[in-house]
Design a protein around this ligand. Structure first.
Ligand code: IMP
Ligand code: MG
Length: 180
């Protein structure tokens, strides 16, 4: 386990669960029933797993597909150049899409994914992010559904990593010190 004392908890498991349920109800009220959920890996896998189950409780039996995107850079700063590491399994032409990402920061990753899906013929692409760091935005994109808005801190847990660590934490937190 990661050393709990080294991480300040921003959002606990119960708070996250309540927020995920609220987002799912908002999506169910506004989006078409034949929704394709496209999950941007890796960081979104925990959020997406909870969100699709919350969507089911809200009455939406969504199809799910995955795309792995990478923007290479340092551990805590992305480079701006987004590449497809693993592509979707299915075509998206004619399919309304809900795109899910973990954090919207510069916006380059989400803008890249949105433009890719529109380019492939998706008629409607809506976006849902767990966390929005809006102060860091560089690309012209705003999310349609947001879990929590946060400042500039680098956060981990609930799927989010720092150099591949901390994805399994049940909460979202800010690292104070990393144990080797
Ligand atoms: P963007 O392309 O600048 O919007 O970067 C978004 C991506 O950067 C996210 O999908 C995350 O993988 C990563 N990222 C940005 N901020 C954080 C953070 O605080 N913790 C973990 N990953 C982050
Ligand atoms: Mg990441």
């Amino acid at each position: 386990m990661a050393g709990v004392n080294d991480i300040d908890i921003l959002f606990g498991a119960a708070e996250i669960a309540a927020r995920v349920d609220a987002i799912a109800r908002a999506i169910a009220a506004a989006e078409p029933r034949d929704l394709l959920v496209v999950v941007i890996l890796k960081g979104s896998f925990v959020f997406a797993a909870d969100l699709v189950r919350a969507l089911d409780r809200a009455g939406v039996d969504a199809r799910v597909d995955f795309i792995t995107l990478a923007s290479y850079g340092t551990a805590t700063e992305s480079s701006g150049r987004v590449t497809v590491v693993h592509d979707l399994a299915e075509p998206v032409a004619g399919q309304p899409v809900l795109l899910i990402d973990d954090i919207l920061e510069s916006g380059r990753t989400l803008a890249f994914a949105r433009d890719l899906l529109y380019g492939r013929g998706a008629p409607r692409v809506r976006t849902c992010v767990l966390l929005d760091k809006s102060a860091r935005r560089l690309a012209p994109i705003e999310p349609d559904y947001v879990g929590f808005r946060i400042g500039n801190d680098f956060v981990v847990g609930y799927g989010l990593d720092l150099a591949h660590r901390f994805r399994g934490l049940p909460y979202i937190g800010v690292i104070r010190a990393v144990e080797k």
